[in-house]
Design a binder for this molecule. Structure first.
Ligand code: GDG
Length: 472
């Protein structure tokens, strides 16, 4: 039996005194690897100075070997800042309008995937199982197959997969998307994402599907749905302890009995923070009885700061928060507390528990772990209420949340009012139902289901279609 090799763009090497990190993929993979052995391979997060030879680094920690490589300045610009973050991220989040395509960035993206495959080639054994994460590494299996690797290779997409009507706006999609067929298993967060990919394969590649199985040459590629979870039980315990942290206690005291609404997001346009602020403003206008009685804490950690669209939202959201505070605040009350730096996970857990409302309203999100962390953190005897966008993958499981359309400020404002005045019995009932779902589908369950599906050889099925020649 071979070992498990996880590949992701970034690798979270455990470090003493590491700064708090905000990023769902790292949080999920880190938790999924707990109690397992294997290799985690990817970019170190560092950019190598020009003209230095780029070598891989290896660190062993708790039976996991972390292998990382730096990126050259050019690779960082074209692969990371360029194609993944300015093309794939917006298009996969349904934002064709924000995509900035260039052929040079696409070449950089393919080059870095090839570089990853070259380095992996040095460490892979024939029986190893390879689990590749996210949109940075779509063509990695193809690059590995070209080097003769016949291993079972799985891919999990953490972010949404849009319908083919949107995806085909991606220049050269036909060179890239069909290369996902080189994986044995392609996993998605929701049934909608899986269905969209299946439709793409049928429509653009002429591959009919039988129960999400596609015959590609002499292999079968399977699609399935694996909604990512959190360490639900551990997070609940952490929150119970953390609410007593001195800092969390200070925050609670500073509220002076006001109800707390919390939002926690990377500062990203997909998270809908601007729309959320407008909805909160509308709530203050429509529900004046809450003026002075509620505080909205928005933690929005800066992310991808080198990319212009991110600088734009940072400016817009900062000024909207200031404007609303100016219009509604009093000398003894600030409606919005707006913070741009990260807190430790234990502080976050304590703050979630202290909050009467969790406001999670992305415009589009693969899953959204914050929604799940908020639910896990609640005191079951006196729980807060989750308001959740119907466009977050988490809404497929979290049916007992107050589901809203983030583009409709009226519905979000009404949900805030409903959440703040919800009777205890209803809060308990909703929380109990949400917590049960999240306890069943926790992060261990997610990882085990994916790996079991990857190990399972598909049943022989008839030849359904021919793979079109995938661009070189
Ligand atoms: C991608 C997909 C999918 C946030 N602020 C702080 C902090 N965080 C942590 C949260 C949570 C994580 O970062 C964010 O996860 P999300 O799921 O909400 O969002 P993305 O980063 O966009 O993640 C997403 C996810 O991958 C997993 O598949 O759910 O749809 O976009 O864990 O707690 N952590 C700390 N300080 C902060 O200030 N320590």
């Amino acid at each position: 039996m071979g070992q498990l090799v996880i590949v992701s763009n970034r690798v979270a090497i455990p470090e003493k005194n590491a700064k708090a990190r905000a990023g769902g993929l790292e949080v999920a993979v880190e938790a999924a690897l707990r109690h397992k052995t294997g290799i985690w391979f990817g970019w170190s997060g560092k950019v190598a100075p020009t003209h230095t030879k780029i070598a891989t680094q290896k660190v062993v920690h708790d039976e996991i070997t972390y292998i990382t490589l730096d990126l050259s300045k050019e690779d960082h610009q074209e692969y990371y800042n360029g194609f993944t973050n300015r093309v794939l991220w917006p298009i996969l989040h349904y934002r064709i309008d924000l995509a900035e395509f260039s052929r040079r960035d696409l070449s950089g993206y393919l080059r870095v995937n090839d570089h990853f495959a070259r380095e992996l080639h040095e460490v892979l054994g024939p029986d190893d199982f390879i689990w590749v994460h996210d949109y940075h590494l779509i063509p990695l299996a193809k690059a590995l197959r070209e080097r003769g690797h016949k291993n079972r290779i799985g891919f999990f997409l953490h972010i949404p997969f849009p319908p083919p009507e949107i995806l085909t706006a991606l220049p050269h999609h036909e060179r890239l998307i069909p290369s996902l067929c080189e994986y044995d298993l392609v996993g998605f967060q929701t049934g909608d994402d899986a269905f969209n990919f299946s439709r793409y394969l049928t429509r653009e590649c002429g591959l009919p599907s039988r129960d999400f199985n596609f015959v590609v040459g002499d292999r079968t590629m399977r699609i399935d749905v694996f909604p990512v979870g959190i360490e639900t039980a551990a997070f609940a315990e952490l929150a119970q302890r953390s609410v007593r942290l001195p800092f969390v206690k200070r925050v609670i005291t500073s509220l002076a009995g006001r109800a707390l609404i919390i939002g926690v997001d990377r500062l990203d346009y997909s998270k809908g923070i601007g729309h959320r602020l407008s909805a909160f403003e509308l709530f203050l206008q429509r529900q004046p009885q809450w003026l002075g009685k509620v505080t909205y804490l928005q933690i929005a950690t800066k992310s991808r700061t080198e990319i212009p669209e991110y600088a734009d939202i940072e400016r817009d959201i900062g000024s909207a928060a200031g404007r609303i505070n100016g219009a509604f605040g009093e000398a003894d009350w600030t409606p919005i507390r707006y913070i741009n730096h990260p807190y430790s996970h234990s502080t976050l857990a304590g703050l979630y528990r202290a909050a009467r409302v969790g406001l999670v309203t992305p415009l589009r999100d693969g899953m959204n772990l914050v929604a799940k962390e908020y639910v896990a953190s609640q005191n079951p005897d006196d729980p807060g209420v989750l308001i959740l966008s119907r466009f977050a993958g988490a809404s497929h499981e979290c049916k007992a949340a107050l589901l809203v359309n983030p583009y409709d400020p009226d519905s979000v404002a009404a949900a805030i009012a409903q959440a703040l005045s919800m009777p205890l019995a209803e809060r308990r009932e909703r929380h109990n139902s949400l917590f049960r779902v999240l306890s069943h589908n926790d992060i261990q369950h997610w990882a085990e289901r994916f790996l079991a599906a990857l190990e399972r050889k598909p049943n022989a099925i008839g030849q359904l279609g021919q793979m079109p020649s995938v661009g070189s």
